[in-house]
Design a protein around this ligand. Structure first.
Ligand code: NAP
Length: 248
C-alpha cells in the first residue's frame, strides 16, 4: 500500500542526509515531492530525476529557508506548480558548535535563523493554503539535543527546543481546521557527515545507545511518512524521538 498516493509534500533541505531520505521514502509511497536546497545545486537537480523514476511529480527549488520573503515566494511557486500542499516537512538545519565562551554572535544568529526562523517562515507561508483546504500535516525537525541540551551546542539546542514550543503552539492554533503539527527528535543518525568522523568515535556513540547502532535516514523518514499520512490523523502536538532509546 502506498501511504501518500496522490498527496503533495514539500520538504526543506532535501539535497542530502535526512531530508533526502524523506524525499525518497515519500516518492516510493506515491507522494509528489517539492523540495529545497541551498548550496548543493547539482545534488538537488539529480534528486528530482531520481524521484521522478518512482512515477511521481518532483521538483527542486533553490531557496534559503531562513529568508522570509524567499519562503513566501517558494510556497507560491509550489502551489502554482503542484496545485496543493498536503504536508510540510521542515527539515533544513545546520550546526555551528562551540562553547559559549567562543561562540560568536554570527554563529548564534545563523543557527537560530536557519533552524528556527525557517520554520516560522515556511509554516506561516503555507498556512493559508492549508486553512483553505481544511487539511494539512506539518512535521518539524528538532533533535534530542533540543530536549536534553548539550555542552558546546547551546545555539543548536536553543533552536531545537524552540521548534518544539512553536510546533505545540501551532497544533493548538490550527487543530480546529484539521491541520496537525508534530515534531521528530532524532538522536544520532548516520549520514555522510558522520561518515567523515573517526570510526572509534562513532563506534563509542553506537555502544552508548540501547539499540547498539546509529539510526539511518530511513528510520527518520519512516516516522515522517507516518506523520504525513492519514494513519496519524488523530496525532498532533507530539514530539517523537527516533533515537534507539538514547534518551530513555
Ligand atoms: P545535512 O546532511 O547537513 O543536510 C542539511 C540539509 O539542509 C541540506 O540539504 C542543506 O542543503 C539544507 N540546508 C541547510 N541550510 C539551508 C537553508 N538555509 N535553506 C535551505 N536548505 C538548507 O543534515 P542532516 O543530518 O540530514 O539533518 C537534517 C535535520 O535533522 C536538521 O534539522 C538537523 O538538525 C536534524 N537532526 C539531525 C541529526 C543527525 O544525527 N544527523 C540528529 C538530530 C537532528 P544544501 O546542502 O543545499 O545547503
Amino acid at each position: 500500500m502506498k501511504l501518500l498516493e496522490g498527496k503533495t509534500a514539500i520538504i526543506t533541505g532535501a539535497s542530502r542526509g535526512i531530508g533526502r531520505g524523506i524525499a525518497e521514502v515519500f516518492a516510493k509511497n506515491g507522494c509528489n515531492v517539492a523540495f529545497t536546497y541551498l548550496s548543493s545545486v547539482e545534488k538537488g537537480e539529480a534528486l528530482a530525476k531520481e524521484l521522478e523514476a518512482y512515477g511521481v511529480k518532483a521538483k527542486g527549488y533553490r531557496s534559503d529557508a531562513s529568508d522570509y520573503a524567499a519562503a513566501e515566494q517558494l510556497i507560491a511557486d509550489v502551489v502554482k506548480d503542484f496545485g496543493t500542499i498536503d504536508a510540510v516537512i521542515n527539515n533544513a538545519g545546520i550546526t555551528k558548535d562551540n562553547l559559549l565562551m567562543r561562540m560568536s554572535e554570527a554563529d548564534w544568529d545563523a543557527v537560530m535563523n536557519i533552524n528556527l526562523k525557517s520554520i516560522f517562515n515556511i509554516t506561516k507561508a503555507v498556512q493559508r493554503t492549508m486553512l483553505k483546504q481544511r487539511f494539512g500535516s506539518i512535521v518539524n525537525m528538532s533533535s534530542v539535543v533540543g530536549i536534553k541540551g548539550n555542552a558546546g551546542q547551546s545555539n543548536y539546542a536553543a533552536s531545537k527546543a524552540g521548534v518544539i514550543g512553536f510546533s505545540k503552539s501551532i497544533a493548538l492554533e490550527l487543530g480546529s481546521r484539521n491541520i496537525r503539527c508534530n515534531v521528530i527528535a532524532p538522536g544520532f543518525i548516520e549520514t555522510e557527515m558522520t561518515a567523515a568522523l573517526p570510526e572509534e568515535t562513532v563506534q563509542g556513540w553506537r555502544e552508548a545507545i540501547p539499540l547498539k547502532r546509529g539510526g539511518t535516514t530511513e528510520d527518520v523518514a519512516n516516522l515522517a511518512l507516518f506523520l504525513a499520512s492519514d494513519l496519524s490523523s488523530y496525532i498532533s502536538g507530539q514530539v517523537i524521538n527516533v533515537d534507539g532509546a538514547m534518551l530513555t
